[in-house]
Design a protein around this ligand. Structure first.
Ligand code: ZN
Length: 228
């Protein structure tokens, strides 16, 4: 049984949000996507998102929030910053875009409100969160309350990947019947290379290690996730 009639997916064209898009299509009658342009070095991400949305037959909407994310210095939007190859002992890696999920979800909620949508879906995960504070469950719950208070609405933020590791996220894509689409058509790589990516940036390492783990123990990891 579907949970509701309409949902809005915060969508980047990467592994996680693409899996969430197909999760949402199982749970909601009508699904829309919202994609943010925030000065990413690689516009190929947005092209990939557009193509996947077309493939899935859902509305695709982009919003440019470059001015707000450009205030904080990070290696995903600033070509002068050399990307951290791993998480530093203290603090976040410089691939962290300060406020990104706060802005994404807040703007998504305003857009959803205008469209009469109360269900928001985001692919954040606390399990493999790379030290990003805005991927944690406590942040999402807090923001959910704040958005409802801010707009006197009853939004529900869904986080299907919150407690899954990357291998289980692959398993979920498999359960949803979109393993090949996620594997071949998404862009997760911080260097903007589709599919398996460059293989050495932190995002590729996380994705490819998860894939390797999943493929080495597919049947048993598949049992740990439910697509419905
Ligand atoms: Zn990469």
């Amino acid at each position: 049984m579907k949970r509701g009639d309409k949902a809005l997916v915060v969508f980047s064209g990467g592994q996680d949000s693409t899996t969430c898009l197909f999760w949402a299509l199982r749970h909601f009658e009508k699904v829309r996507t919202i994609t943010f342009s925030y000065g990413q070095k690689h516009s190929i991400e947005i092209d990939a998102a557009r193509k996947i949305a077309e493939m899935a037959g859902v509305d695709f909407h982009t919003v440019d929030i470059t001015p707000i994310t450009a205030i904080g210095k990070n290696s995903l939007t600033d070509t002068t910053v050399v990307m951290d190859s791993e998480k530093p002992e203290t603090g976040c890696p410089n691939t962290f875009v300060p406020g990104r999920n706060l802005f994404f979800l807040s703007i998504a909620a305003v857009y959803a409100r205008e469209a009469g949508i109360h269900d928001l879906v985001t692919g954040v995960s606390q399990t493999d969160f790379s030290g990003y504070p805005d991927c944690r469950d406590s942040f999402i719950r807090s923001l959910n309350v704040t958005l409802n208070l801010a707009m006197d609405e009853q939004f529900v933020i869904h986080t299907p990947l919150m407690w899954l590791d990357k291998a289980q996220t692959w398993a979920l894509a498999d359960r949803l019947g979109v393993f090949d689409i996620v594997r071949n058509s998404t862009v997760t790589c911080y260097n903007g290379i589709p599919g398996e990516g460059c293989g050495h940036c932190p995002s590729c390492l996380l994705r490819n290690n998860g894939l390797k783990k999943y493929l080495s123990d597919r049947e048993s990891i598949l049992l740990t996730v439910s697509g419905i």
